[in-house]
Design a protein around this ligand. Structure first.
Ligand SMILES: Cc1ncc(COP(=O)(O)O)c(C=O)c1O
Length: 298
């Protein structure tokens, strides 16, 4: 829910989070994040000397009951949790908003990759469920176009817009207006929407082939249901598996995947693999999945 005046253009999601932290986070403040979660943002919050606390994530997304009472802000990826791929349930969305109201806290919703959807309608973003002006919505063109553009945006509650604009001005003025101008034309002329439609078809084929490869591994790996984004995640049924060892064996076979345990902070994490298909040709996926299978069952 936004009009043009509500949108602050940033150099990607990362700068959006930096501006939010400049405006809202003081040294020593407790900030809650998903665990496992997106380390680039956790590290950014640490440079603002926040005390970053990991909150567990289950099949419904962040466990809202485990949010620390003293947190000033919670950073979330509800549409496609990074890295597990879980979509946050409606019950959890409501619980997070309730928690924020009760604790006078801010919710930062990072919607980094939901342009690519492969099934049904998305659940409502927290930002449009929010009646209380607590949600800061962050978007980026890093996944829908390319990360080197460094183009993203933030839609804050009205009470924060002026402070975020000022924080941006004192750090990078308006940013790269040449790129932003080109991107604005690209959007206005409908090319971005057309690109996302075309690319969704390409990614769908890759994704289906990854999922087909995982069918043969069903006794070992359980696919985490997800309908968006550029990676799928699967968890080991046997929780004693060392996913880092599997990742290393896959790499030795020329297949690069990520272990869920590398994205954890302090919470125990069920081992699993995040399998990205953003940068591989569909024709190469079946062979890569066979090699991954050999790494999973050495
Ligand atoms: C959770 C998450 N948020 C945001 C981004 C993109 O960040 P940026 O817009 O700064 O490139 C990524 C990229 O991998 C991501 O995984």
């Amino acid at each position: 829910v936004a009009s043009a005046e509500d949108v602050v253009v940033t150099a990607g999601a990362q700068q959006a989070l930096d501006l939010v932290a400049r405006v809202l986070v003081a040294p020593g403040d407790v900030v809650a994040v998903e665990d496992p979660g997106y380390a680039a943002v956790h590290r950014l919050l640490e440079t603002h000397r926040a005390r970053v606390r990991g909150v567990p994530v289950d099949d419904e997304g962040l466990v809202a009951d485990a949010l620390p009472d003293r947190a000033r802000l919670v950073y979330l990826t509800p549409s496609h949790q990074f890295p597990t791929g879980v979509t946050m349930s409606m019950a959890r969305r409501s619980a997070v908003l309730r928690w924020a109201g009760e604790h006078d806290a801010v919710v930062v919703e990072d919607d980094y990759d939901s342009e690519y959807r492969f099934a049904d309608q998305p659940l409502e973003p927290l930002q449009s469920l929010d009646r209380d002006g607590r949600v800061v919505y962050v978007g980026t063109f890093s996944k829908s176009l390319l990360p080197a553009l460094r183009a993203g945006f933030v839609v804050p509650p009205r009470s924060l817009t002026a402070a975020l604009r000022e924080a941006k001005r004192v750090t990078t003025w308006e940013g790269d207006l040449t790129t932003q101008g080109a991107l604005a034309s690209f959007l206005a002329e409908g090319h971005h929407a057309a690109h996302v439609r075309r690319a969704t078809k390409v990614y769908r084929v890759r994704r289906d082939r990854v999922l087909a490869g995982l069918v043969g591994l069903d006794d070992v790996l359980r696919v985490v249901p997800s309908v968006a984004g550029l990676h799928v995640c699967a968890r080991f049924r046997d929780e004693s598996v060392d996913d880092r060892a599997v990742v290393a064996r896959a790499a030795a076979r020329g297949v690069f995947v990520e272990g869920l345990s590398t994205h954890r902070r302090e919470q125990p994490v069920r081992p699993g693999l995040a399998i990205g298909y953003g940068g591989i040709d569909a024709d190469a996926v079946p062979d890569a999945m066979l090699r991954l299978a050999a790494a999973v069952r050495p």
